[in-house]
Design a protein around this ligand. Structure first.
Ligand SMILES: NC(=O)c1ccc[n+]([C@@H]2O[C@H](COP(=O)([O-])OP(=O)(O)OC[C@H]3O[C@@H](n4cnc5c(N)ncnc54)[C@H](OP(=O)(O)O)[C@@H]3O)[C@@H](O)[C@H]2O)c1
Length: 240
């Protein structure tokens, strides 16, 4: 068990599978206590057991990030049960239908609600703890669609929105050494949009554990500078 993040508390949304799960494992292996957020209680409990089994410290906090009241209650649990928040990884995300004509109002509200509103809700609800940390770090997980747009108006808009949120966090938090990075991963082997896992070679699709290792690197960089954004793509698709 590493010590780089000893005594730090990391909150990870969308922690039950995919990239969020990998980030939780990586940050816990560096010594952080990880607070795991997702709706799937069983998956979170299994991950808590796995992390504890490796000597780490974890807490399962089932919550729908798009639900303001649940977010406020969860933030209060983080304050009382973990006592602090040093790292927030706003990773929870869902895909959305493609095309303007294929996107109903409900689709738009659902994807903005999880991918963008959820990130703001958690940031706002944990803001005082992040300021108190005096070395807080927020990572907002965007994606290629947050740079180039793409076929889904709701998904692309939610990810573009995270760029503005990231800049606002960095500006609002700098006096208290809160840093923020917008992370733009290309394709990851997580089963996104129902894709089979393990079918493509590593040069075509990134291993979420490796992207998580990069997240672990980001949050352990010196506090004197901020990495505003980071774009990662598989070598076979260098520009996404
Ligand atoms: N995979 C890719 O190729 C790729 C590429 C670029 C960007 N990204 C972005 O990377 C992030 C992670 O993607 P992934 O591939 O790891 O996705 P994933 O495997 O589908 O996992 C998504 C996670 O978000 C959680 N989640 C979904 N809705 C939620 C809600 N309302 N409240 C709380 N948690 C919720 C899910 O848990 P529950 O269902 O249990 O709630 C799950 O833990 C997303 O933001 C995605 O947009 C992915």
């Amino acid at each position: 068990m590493g010590q780089e993040l000893k005594d730090k508390v990391a909150v990870i949304t969308g922690a039950s599978r995919g990239l969020g799960r990998a980030v939780a494992i990586d940050l816990a292996s560096r010594g952080a206590k990880v607070a795991l957020i997702a709706r799937g209680e069983k998956d979170l409990d299994e991950l808590v057991d796995a992390i504890r089994g490796r000597g780490g410290d974890a807490l399962a906090l089932p919550c729908d990030v798009a639900d303001k009241d649940q977010v406020l209650r969860t933030a209060e649990r983080i304050r009382t049960e973990a006592g602090r928040c040093d790292i927030l990884v706003n990773n929870a995300g869902i895909p959305a239908p493609r095309g303007i004509e294929g996107t109903e109002f409900d689709d738009w509200e659902r994807v903005l609600g999880v991918n963008l509103f959820g990130a703001f809700y958690f940031t706002r609800a944990l803001w005082n703890l992040l300021l108190e940390s005096d070395s807080g770090y927020v990572i907002n997980v965007s994606g290629g669609a947050g740079k180039r747009g793409g076929g889904s108006p709701g998904y692309a808009s939610s990810k573009f929105g995270l760029e503005g949120l990231t800049a606002a966090i960095a500006a609002s938090g700098s006096d208290h050494n809160v840093r923020a990075t917008a992370l733009y991963p290309g394709s990851m082997d997580t089963g996104w949009r129902g894709a089979p896992i393990g079918d493509k070679p590593a040069r075509e699709i990134m291993d979420p554990a490796e992207v998580a290792r990069f997240v672990g690197y980001l949050v352990t960089t010196p506090t004197e500078f901020v990495i505003n954004e980071a774009i990662l793509n598989p070598i076979g698709h260098p520009w996404g």
